[in-house]
Design a protein around this ligand. Structure first.
Ligand SMILES: Nc1nc2c(c(=O)[nH]1)N[C@H]1C(S)=C(S)[C@@H](COP(=O)(O)OP(=O)(O)OC[C@H]3O[C@@H](n4cnc5c(=O)[nH]c(N)nc54)[C@H](O)[C@@H]3O)O[C@H]1N2
Ligand SMILES: Nc1nc2c(c(=O)[nH]1)N[C@H]1C(S)=C(S)[C@@H](COP(=O)(O)OP(=O)(O)OC[C@H]3O[C@@H](n4cnc5c(=O)[nH]c(N)nc54)[C@H](O)[C@@H]3O)O[C@H]1N2
Ligand code: SF4
Ligand SMILES: [Mo]
Length: 711
């Protein structure tokens, strides 16, 4: 606990804890009053002093008048928002008693510890997972974010790492594929600016004209869920026009005549019909990509949040293998760097000893689980008690109407450990106040760069806030669950994790500003082998090694036609893309972020369909499908093509007239082959508030010609 931290006014080093590829080094100003003041970028070589606006204003969030400061117990009916303060001691008794009761009645698997990405700090994230492992509670399949993208990357490359993003200063071409770094990782844009100022061109593949696309030399406004088709047609052109590196293919991949014969059938015309792009655009992009040696592919998560997202990622990841771009400095690809750090997490997660076996529940199917659907319960008992930490499922999970219904079940006990009265906290029986990153110690790895970083608390925890690690440690003691990690403080635990993994200790990492885990050129570029046993990149993946639903997966890179297609009733494809001023559901409580997002949720719609539906800019509209409908405002803009709608997310449910948020329209049917939430794979209708929703797609989207600057 850090409630007696001495106050030393001035700036102290820290690390941004949010689920963002940038994991920025920060400097936190501690005011004379001991509270968090200004936040600036730190000196670490990748983030280089640059941070996003929402975190620069962190004091607004940390010192927010609505911050939860003491434990609260529900007094009214579930969900009506009436709570009374209780002491921590009583709160811990209540949790322990309810968990014990559930376990006695229906077995340990009736308890579901549910946690995700509020903080990415390794020690603070691990506590609940560890307690669950040791107590034999239900496990969680972590399907919100990376399940689809990881599966697709693993299929071809075989290990989750890629080229150091700093290398893009040596790139001639940067392809931001299905990601919007101007919103989601500002530091990449910072590096891209440097690269473009010298010689690089930037191409963006995204269904709408994002701020990243606006700054690009060319934008391919693809239909959501069709990236596999585009990638195949690009490979078709590369192979047909002599732009493939045949020597590289032979030496480093499993490329074969069978793969080539398959791709010969995937012509630009074939792809044009699927992607909504013109064959000319596809050919122009393929020629640009194929004639550039140092091409850097930044593969995002965005295009993989589709039921075919793993197949799409695999197809896209084939591109640098065809041109041999991996051989060039500034060439190759990056999706994520998780495998760089080599941390031995067995002790951290309580898996250094035998633990009871338990079923695993799909976190994205939480609505189905809580409503007792057999398939979702994976052969185990009904969930009777939940401990929720570090995530806000009532808002961020698919099928949010069902999630809410589930939480209202009278026989379900829910404890939420939170910083704010979120949509999920409001549905709880017990709410516990949580610290923020500036108030606890932790260790961070990054997905968008190569630094392992550590940070100490800078300010004292306000009110009665406790960290994840401290709260779970105390709960473990009450439940009689033992593990040495529960007896350590977070810094000592991080230190143990580091030393188990052959790294410098915690204090050393704090002092040095982080360890750069970047690999030497040859290894980082897989010139000494890809992640598979034979060292070869796989055009023909072994999907059976990657996920249970592998039968449906294509033998070759391909477009897998399993997305939620449009129909006469639901003529639009809906993308709920990340908003610049929010981070998933975080920052929705700060005024400046809400104002930055225009004050209320909006749906971007093209002027064509808007006109035929009688919708004007700013009008109230309904957006729906078979799962329900939500009410928000229209923003009429040609930044989206006619058949696509975009809702920049995530707004709290209560910000939508009617109280149902955007995830009420997103289905929990998992992606292939290993699950994963398909947040941008939704068919929907749109209507004026009281109008009909009969828009028919008559014209093709106006051609968005691919004409790279300077060609
Ligand atoms: N429609 C739609 N839905 C999406 C997405 C989308 O693009 N569209 N994106 C999805 C993705 S990629 C992700 S990763 C998920 C993420 O969704 P979540 O895992 O819910 O992540 P956040 O919204 O960032 O944070 C959740 C909560 O954690 C709390 N928190 C932060 N730090 C701490 C801490 O130290 N302790 C405790 N106890 N609480 C803390 C915050 O206050 C916040 O309320 O959302 C998914 N949902
Ligand atoms: N400001 C801000 N930053 C964030 C987040 C946030 O919510 N707000 N979320 C954080 C989290 S949890 C994550 S995982 C990362 C994600 O960061 P990224 O890897 O950048 O992935 P996304 O942001 O999900 O990608 C978003 C883009 O994908 C596009 N997209 C959607 N469907 C398709 C498709 O089928 N094909 C193609 N080509 N593009 C498609 C969307 O239009 C959107 O512009 O960002 C993190 N950073
Ligand atoms: S949210 Fe992302 S860009 Fe902003 S400070 Fe944190 S890590 Fe950096
Ligand atoms: Mo995410």
């Amino acid at each position: 606990m850090n409630d007696r931290l001495p106050v030393t006014p001035g700036f102290v080093p820290s690390v941004c804890p949010h689920d963002c590829p940038s994991t920025c080094a920060l400097r936190l100003e501690v005011g004379a009053d001991g509270r968090l003041g200004r936040v600036r970028g730190g000196g670490q070589a990748y983030t280089d002093g640059v941070i996003c606006a929402k975190v620069a204003r962190y004091a607004e969030r940390a010192n927010h008048p609505e911050r939860l400061l003491r434990p609260l117990r529900r007094v009214g009916p579930k969900g009506d928002g009436r709570f009374e303060p209780v002491s921590w001691n009583d709160a811990l008794d209540i949790v322990a008693e309810n968990l014990r009761r559930a376990m006695e009645k229906s077995g340990p698997e009736s308890v579901w510890p549910y946690h995700y990405a509020g903080t990415m700090g390794l020690a603070q994230r691990a506590a609940l997972r560890r307690l669950g492992h040791l107590a034999g509670w239900s496990r969680q399949r972590e399907t919100f974010c990376v399940a689809l993208a990881d599966a697709g990357w693993q299929a071809g490359v075989g290990v989750k790492r890629g080229v150091d993003a700093r290398e893009i200063v040596d790139s001639e071409l940067i392809v931001a594929w299905g990601c919007n770094p101007a919103h989601t990782q500002i530091n990449f844009m910072h590096w891209a600016h440097k690269a473009c100022a010298s010689r690089a061109r930037l191409v963006v593949v995204d269904p709408y004209r994002t701020p990243t696309a606006e700054r690009a030399d060319a934008h391919l406004a693809i239909k959501p869920g069709t990236d596999g088709a585009l990638a195949c047609a690009v490979m078709h052109v590369l192979l047909a026009e002599g732009l493939a590196d045949r020597a590289y293919l032979t030496r480093h991949t499993d490329f074969s005549p069978a793969v080539e014969a398959h791709l010969a059938k995937r012509s630009p015309r074939w792809a044009a019909a699927i992607t909504g792009l013109s064959a000319e655009e596809i050919v122009a992009f393929a020629r640009l990509y194929g004639s550039t040696r140092a091409s850097f592919l930044r593969a995002g998560h965005g295009f993989t949040r589709q039921r075919n997202g793993a197949a799409a990622m695999h197809a896209v990841s084939c591109l640098p293998a065809v041109t041999g771009a991996w051989q060039a400095r500034g060439g190759g690809a990056l999706y994520g760097q998780a495998a760089l750090y080599g941390l031995d997490r067995r002790f951290l997660n309580g898996l250094d000893r035998p633990v009871p076996a338990a079923r695993a529940l799909d976190m994205a199917a939480i609505g189905r689980v809580l409503n007792g659907e057999d398939a979702a319960l994976a052969g185990g008992p009904k969930v009777a008690a939940m401990l929720i930490q570090n995530t806000n499922p009532a808002m961020v999970a698919p099928e949010s109407a069902a999630v809410r219904r589930g939480f209202l079940r009278p026989d379900l006990f829910v404890c939420v450990h939170e910083q704010f009265m979120t949509d999920t906290a409001r549905l709880a029986d017990l709410i516990l106040p949580a610290t923020m990153f500036s108030e606890h110690d932790d260790l961070y790895q990054a997905s968008g760069h190569t630094f392992l970083q550590a940070a100490k608390a800078a300010v004292a925890a306000p009110g009665e806030c406790r960290s994840n690690h401290d709260f779970i440690g105390e709960l473990a003691a009450r439940l009689g669950v033992e593990h040495p990690a529960f007896d350590m403080d977070a810094a000592a635990l991080a230190d143990r994790l580091l030393r188990d993994s052959g790294k410098p200790g915690f204090a050393e990492l704090v002092r040095s500003g982080g360890q750069d885990c970047a690999l030497p050129f040859k290894k980082a570029h897989f010139l000494d082998g890809f992640g598979h046993a034979d060292g070869r990149f796989r055009f023909m993946p072994d999907w059976s090694a990657i996920g249970p639903d592998h039968q449906i997966m294509p033998a070759f890179p391909d477009h897998l036609a399993v997305i939620e297609e449009v129909s006469a009733d639901t003529p639009f494809r809906l993308v709920s893309a990340p908003a610049r001023h929010f981070l998933n559901s975080s920052f929705t409580e700060t005024e400046s972020s809400r104002a930055g997002q225009g004050g209320r949720p909006t749906v971007l719609v093209h002027p064509g369909p808007a006109k035929s539906l009688g919708i004007g800019d700013g009008d109230p509209v309904r957006l729906g499908n078979r799962r329900g409908s939500v009410r928000l405002r229209a923003r009429v803009t040609d930044r989206v093509p006619p058949g696509t709608l975009v809702v920049e997310s995530l707004w709290p449910n209560a910000c939508f007239a009617g109280g149902l948020g955007i995830n009420a329209l997103v289905g929990a049917e998992p992606g292939y082959p290993n699950g994963g939430a398909a947040y941008h794979d939704t068919a929907a209708w749109l209507s004026a508030e009281d109008g009909a929703h009969g828009w028919k797609r008559t014209a093709r989207s106006p051609a968005q010609r691919f004409e790279p600057r300077g060609t």
